[in-house]
Design a protein around this ligand. Structure first.
Ligand SMILES: NC(=O)c1ccc[n+]([C@@H]2O[C@H](COP(=O)([O-])OP(=O)(O)OC[C@H]3O[C@@H](n4cnc5c(N)ncnc54)[C@H](OP(=O)(O)O)[C@@H]3O)[C@@H](O)[C@H]2O)c1
Length: 438
């Protein structure tokens, strides 16, 4: 048997400690599969005194992850600290500049610096592997980059954030508000104390930016993604969706459009009978449409120490066997610049919920102006005050109207909504949810 493959593991938290335990528990199997043992020989974290749930005996401690990254005793640097800059960036850059291979689960780092890191990997010969960065344990990077390498991809989309899917699934099942559901998710450990990054769509956007690059051969461009979170979704939207045959999901979509590639993360109405609609709770799913494969969907655990460690170690196995793939699926020199298709040009159906004054002709006027803007209506659901309930205030004098449009453009819809708001035809902010057909 050959010399062991020596891993420098920086970050011993949820994912890092699971990676160490997996290697501890499956060491013999891994060695048999690869033809050489895999050992964690160096570790780094912030707090040296904290006890870890794997054996650290015989493993060298490094106070500085950058020193671990450049150590002669490290063959593969495994970055599991997190953060888009700082020590994660410094240590990964250092490892690549020293010609070492890097495995990371850090989507924030890749979304911001992935183009440059991929180039460093090519220049110095070390691999850059990041299966765990998108979809946790779901092997979507390898599927898209390698198994589907013969296809021209037209669309990649999915449920890329388990926290949002958990919240939306519970709001739908229990009719509870976003705020109550978020508090429960935090108590159960499914949402961070500061949930902004997840619920406002940024985490999903980071993952989408990586998928887009691999799917379309374009440079990663996270800053061009149109992002809307889920905090404005209300129980009444789920009730209307149920009536109309939809579910509400936070989806990330990248697809070819006439003017470029759309990249967007937002809540969407998806038909109840489609595969994505059936994904519940913290589960993630990624679907890919390719010209020869047709459509396929992968689903599974998008987070959690063990599932994510499974993807990290899968990358380590590949590297140990000598597999070398351009990190983003093609050499960086042949990647195209990302050309953004503006969201205003997005074409699709829309769900609109408007609060109108409860007076004769209010809806007819709205419908007429939508027709004038070229927007045709597919269905209308009027949600009146409960029978017999007396208005308590002027604001109570409203009827809630839900409209589903036929295919139109974002520009047209935004235009009429802005007009309704400016002219006082609606109370409060209209709700707009895009309809995604699969
Ligand atoms: N958790 C998941 O389910 C999941 C899923 C997919 C991807 N990821 C990604 O995996 C990475 C790690 O996530 P995690 O959940 O395992 O994080 P975590 O539990 O917070 O662990 C972070 C680890 O990094 C160490 N660390 C932080 N800053 C450091 C520094 N400046 N120098 C040295 N060590 C430092 C911490 O040290 P101490 O232990 O001493 O505090 C800790 O061991 C992130 O990029 C995350 O986005 C996580």
């Amino acid at each position: 048997m050959q010399e062991p493959l020596r891993l420098g593991l920086a970050g011993l938290g949820t994912v890092g400690s699971s990676v160490a335990r997996l290697i501890e528990q499956h060491g013999d199997d891994l060695a048999a599969r690869i033809g050489r043992p895999v050992r964690v020989t160096g570790i780094s974290a912030r707090d040296r005194s904290r006890s870890r749930d794997f054996s650290t005996t015989g493993i060298e401690w490094f106070d500085d992850p950058v020193a671990l990254a450049r150590s002669d005793a490290t063959d593969v640097f495994v970055e599991l600290m997190g953060g888009e800059d700082g020590v994660a960036l410094q240590s990964v850059t250092t490892a690549l500049e020293h010609g070492k291979s890097v495995v990371t689960a850090n989507k924030a780092l890749l979304a911001k610096h992935g183009n440059r890191l991929a180039q460093l990997s090519e220049e110095h010969g070390g691999a850059l592997a990041f299966e765990a960065a998108v979809g946790g344990g779901i092997p979507v990077i390898k599927t898209l980059r390698e198994a589907l390498g013969g296809n021209r991809v037209s669309r990649v989309y999915g449920i890329l954030n388990g926290t949002c899917n958990y919240i939306l699934s519970r709001m739908e099942a229990e009719g509870i508000s976003f705020g109550d559901c978020l508090r429960d998710a935090q108590a159960l450990g499914y949402a961070e104390a500061d949930p902004t990054f997840d619920v406002e769509g940024y985490d999903a956007a980071h993952k989408l930016s990586i998928l887009t690059s691999i799917a379309f051969g374009t440079r990663i461009d996270r800053d061009s993604i149109f992002i809307e979170g889920i905090s404005s979704i209300e129980p009444v939207d789920f009730a209307a969706a149920e009536e109309l045959g939809y579910r509400i999901k936070l989806i990330g979509v990248a697809k070819r459009a006439e003017s470029g590639i759309e990249q967007r993360v937002h809540p969407a109405m998806v038909p109840k009978d489609c595969d994505i609609a059936r994904i519940k709770g913290v589960t993630n799913a990624v679907a890919i449409d390719g010209d020869f494969i047709g459509s396929l969907m992968l689903s599974g655990p998008g987070a959690g120490g063990n599932a994510t460690a499974s993807a990290v170690v899968g990358d380590i196995v590949d590297l140990a066997r000598g597999a070398r793939t351009p990190p983003l699926g093609r050499p960086t020199s042949s990647m195209e610049p990302y050309v953004r298709a503006k969201i205003q040009k997005h074409a699709g159906g829309y769900y609109l919920r408007l609060n109108l004054p409860d007076r004769p002709g209010a809806f007819a006027s709205i419908a007429r102006r939508m027709a004038d803007a070229g927007i045709s209506l597919a269905s209308i659901v009027q949600r009146n005050r409960p029978a017999g309930a007396a208005p308590r205030s002027e604001l109570d004098l409203v009827q809630s109207v839900v409209i589903i449009t036929h295919e139109t453009t974002e520009e047209a819809v935004r235009g009429v909504l802005a007009q309704f708001e400016a002219e006082g035809d609606v109370h409060g902010r209209p709700q707009l949810i895009r309809i995604e057909e699969f």
